[in-house]
Design a protein around this ligand. Structure first.
Ligand SMILES: NC(=O)c1ccc[n+]([C@@H]2O[C@H](COP(=O)([O-])OP(=O)(O)OC[C@H]3O[C@@H](n4cnc5c(N)ncnc54)[C@H](OP(=O)(O)O)[C@@H]3O)[C@@H](O)[C@H]2O)c1
Length: 222
């Protein structure tokens, strides 16, 4: 039986992934500091990614994929605090997933961290060091030895989704405010990436009625 772990499960995209998987009757461990309420097929689990022992325990088990969707909130976080959650938390999770034998790591990232964009200037002002953290954790995953898929997203929104088709390309876009995607749609794409995207690949995933839809995204496997 397929079994997944979602980290950052209590809100945003992580919560949408849990909802999507539960609807598909996939077993999921839903991990966050404030766990969700239990429901059929969903095992709420309290853990903090900044505590290596805590996230190592949370990932014990035979997971077919681990989704990493953690984000840090608040406007006045120091560079060190941002790094401890965005980068160190992700590294702790990568190590824990590798030690536990997770079969795939699906990282929610941001479009264009390696390309100049005025949007990065704003994001780095809000979350000091954000672009560097996004790049560093992608590189750490690439060199971890784990099977991975990196899903780079543009601006997220909480519309119900299912209206504009989801497109995905190899990573080639600059970050700009013209692109976007509903968290519900991104969750569906990430579930499909876990099940069917080629391993060791990086994708830009966004809403676009005329955009390319790779074979793995067409699958209804998940
Ligand atoms: N916002 C955008 O427009 C945008 C665009 C592109 C990419 N992204 C990326 O998408 C990801 C998810 O964003 P989102 O807005 O959908 O999510 P979100 O609503 O901000 O949720 C973040 C999740 O992380 C958990 N979390 C925070 N600190 C944690 C910790 N120390 N240990 C364990 N869990 C922790 C939170 O739960 P608890 O507080 O209960 O722990 C929550 O479940 C982020 O990585 C972000 O960089 C965002």
């Amino acid at each position: 039986m397929t079994r997944y772990a979602v980290i950052g499960a209590s809100s945003g995209t992580g919560r949408q992934i849990v909802r999507y998987l539960a609807d598909k009757h996939v077993q999921v461990r839903a991990i966050s500091r404030r766990p969700l309420a239990a429901q059929e097929g969903v095992e709420p689990y309290a853990a903090d990614v900044t505590d290596p022992a805590s996230i190592a325990k949370a990932l014990e088990g035979d997971f077919d994929a681990v989704f990493y969707t953690v984000d840090i909130h608040g406007l006045r976080n120091s560079r060190e605090t941002v790094r401890s959650v965005m980068y160190d938390g992700c590294i702790n999770t990568i190590h824990a997933a590798a030690a536990a034998g997770a079969k795939r790591f699906v990282l929610l990232s941001v479009i264009g961290p390696d390309r100049p964009s005025w949007v990065w200037w704003i994001l780095n002002a809000i979350k000091p060091g954000m672009q560097r953290n996004v790049l560093d954790r992608e590189r750490a995953l690439i060199h971890s030895g784990l099977s991975y898929v990196i899903c780079r997203a543009p601006r997220l929104n909480d519309s119900p989704g299912g209206v504009i088709p989801i497109a995905a390309t190899a990573s080639e876009h600059r970050l700009d405010m013209g692109m976007g995607i509903a968290r519900a749609d991104l969750a569906r794409a990430m579930a499909r990436a876990a099940a069917a995207a080629p391993e060791r690949t990086i994708w830009d995933i966004y809403a676009d009625s005329g955009g390319p839809i790779p074979a793995w995204l067409r699958t209804d496997k998940r």
